[in-house]
Design a protein around this ligand. Structure first.
Ligand SMILES: NC(=O)c1ccc[n+]([C@@H]2O[C@H](COP(=O)([O-])OP(=O)(O)OC[C@H]3O[C@@H](n4cnc5c(N)ncnc54)[C@H](OP(=O)(O)O)[C@@H]3O)[C@@H](O)[C@H]2O)c1
Length: 341
């Protein structure tokens, strides 16, 4: 039998306007970078999607190359749209992106008009969608004029293939340039998607101020530092995780210094009656520039655990001071090259 959403799905989740737009995003959004690819979606991953929607998570974030293999997360998501979630399309905010390596040859990645438009068309086909709600330039391309990437985004926007335009991992400087170019074309930059967490605080050096000033929303990806901000890393290398699978989270990032940071933070989390992951999410959401925390989940249990962070989002002045003293940058931002321009 096809999935039927919980009728109480909007009773608990909180929503924030994305920048100065009228569109609200849930405080927690779910991303399909890991755990949703392969030859058909696992039943646990399907359950994560359904439980997310049942909990008021309206925003699902994808990209052309999520998998593995590339494209498979979108294909699998498209199948679930067809079989179960499609009837709720108007209650969902679905995003995709182009910019990272996707297919062979010179047009398979980066920011050319050719790549960005072809990639968007492919994503729509894979997901069985007429449009995405948000389409992103996934990374800044130093070898393509920003005007050309903006051309592509404008074309996607004007043709109705995307309702809103975003950029991801752009520096403050390049964000300002892109905002200006889009504005000249009568388009407002809607959202920025940067990495941000207790141990990855680069956006505080200027980007968040710019976004706030210009009314642009901000959705923080990897707010748990790919799972490192959780109990399982407090005492070494856990099995059955991203780090043990030699995936995008390299064990080289688990230094003594970083392990000490998360243990110190965990003590402060306990005092709030939260676990480390829950405090990490509450902390990200405490930044007034942040619209939503974009998490990943391997299991329904992890998703529920993350959602419970919403039960305690308040921080005292002294408390936040203590947390910020311990929350030092851990050099774990693997997306830094993109924002170095
Ligand atoms: N724009 C970009 O360039 C970009 C880059 C990266 C990600 N993103 C987006 O952001 C989304 C989230 O990224 P992410 O997956 O790195 O986010 P994350 O939330 O920082 O990490 C997710 C991982 O943390 C662990 N986890 C989650 N909840 C947990 C809990 N309650 N307790 C213990 N461990 C928990 C799991 O790791 P294990 O699997 O190891 O258990 C899970 O796979 C992606 O799906 C994607 O949509 C965008």
């Amino acid at each position: 039998m096809s999935y039927l959403a919980n009728i109480k799905r909007y009773t608990k989740m909180q929503y924030r306007n994305c920048g100065q737009s009228g569109l609200k995003l849930p405080l927690i959004s779910i991303g399909l970078w890991h755990n949703f690819g392969g030859n058909g979606m696992s039943s646990e991953s399907k359950k994560i999607l359904f439980e997310s929607f049942d909990s008021g998570i309206t925003h699902f974030d994808l990209a052309n190359n999520y998998g593995p293999p590339y494209g498979s997360a979108e294909t699998n998501f498209g199948k679930v749209m067809k079989s179960d979630l499609g009837k709720y399309r108007d209650e969902m905010i679905i995003s995709s992106k182009a910019g990272y390596d996707m297919w062979d040859g010179p047009y398979g990645e980066w920011g050319s008009k050719k790549h960005v438009i072809a990639s968007c068309d492919q994503s729509l086909k894979r997901m069985n969608l007429d449009y995405v709600d948000i389409f992103y330039s996934h990374r800044f391309d130093p070898n393509t004029p920003l005007e050309e990437t903006a051309d592509a985004l404008e074309s996607i926007y004007r043709s109705g293939k995307a309702l809103y335009i975003g950029i991801s991992s752009y520096s403050e400087k390049k964000t300002n340039v892109m905002m200006k170019i889009l504005k000249q074309r009568g388009i407002k930059l809607f959202i920025h998607q940067p990495s941000y967490s207790l141990i990855n605080r680069w956006i505080e050096k200027g980007l968040t101020k710019t976004l706030l000033k210009n009314g642009v929303g901000c959705i923080a990806f990897s707010p748990l530092a790919q799972g490192f901000l959780s109990n399982k890393y407090l005492n070494g290398l856990p099995k059955g995780t991203r780090v043990s699978e030699n995936s995008s989270f390299s064990r080289k990032l688990i230094t003594k210094k970083n392990t000490k940071i998360i243990n110190d933070l965990n003590k402060l989390a306990k005092k709030r009656g939260q676990n480390l992951s829950q405090m990490a999410l509450a902390w990200v959401l405490n930044n007034k520039a942040i619209t939503s925390a974009l998490i990943g989940a391997r299991t329904v249990t992890q998703l529920r655990d993350c959602l419970a962070s919403l039960d305690n989002l308040k921080f005292g002045k002294e408390e936040i001071k203590k947390i910020n003293q311990k929350a030092k940058d851990g050099d774990i931002n693997i997306w830094a090259p993109s924002s170095s321009y």
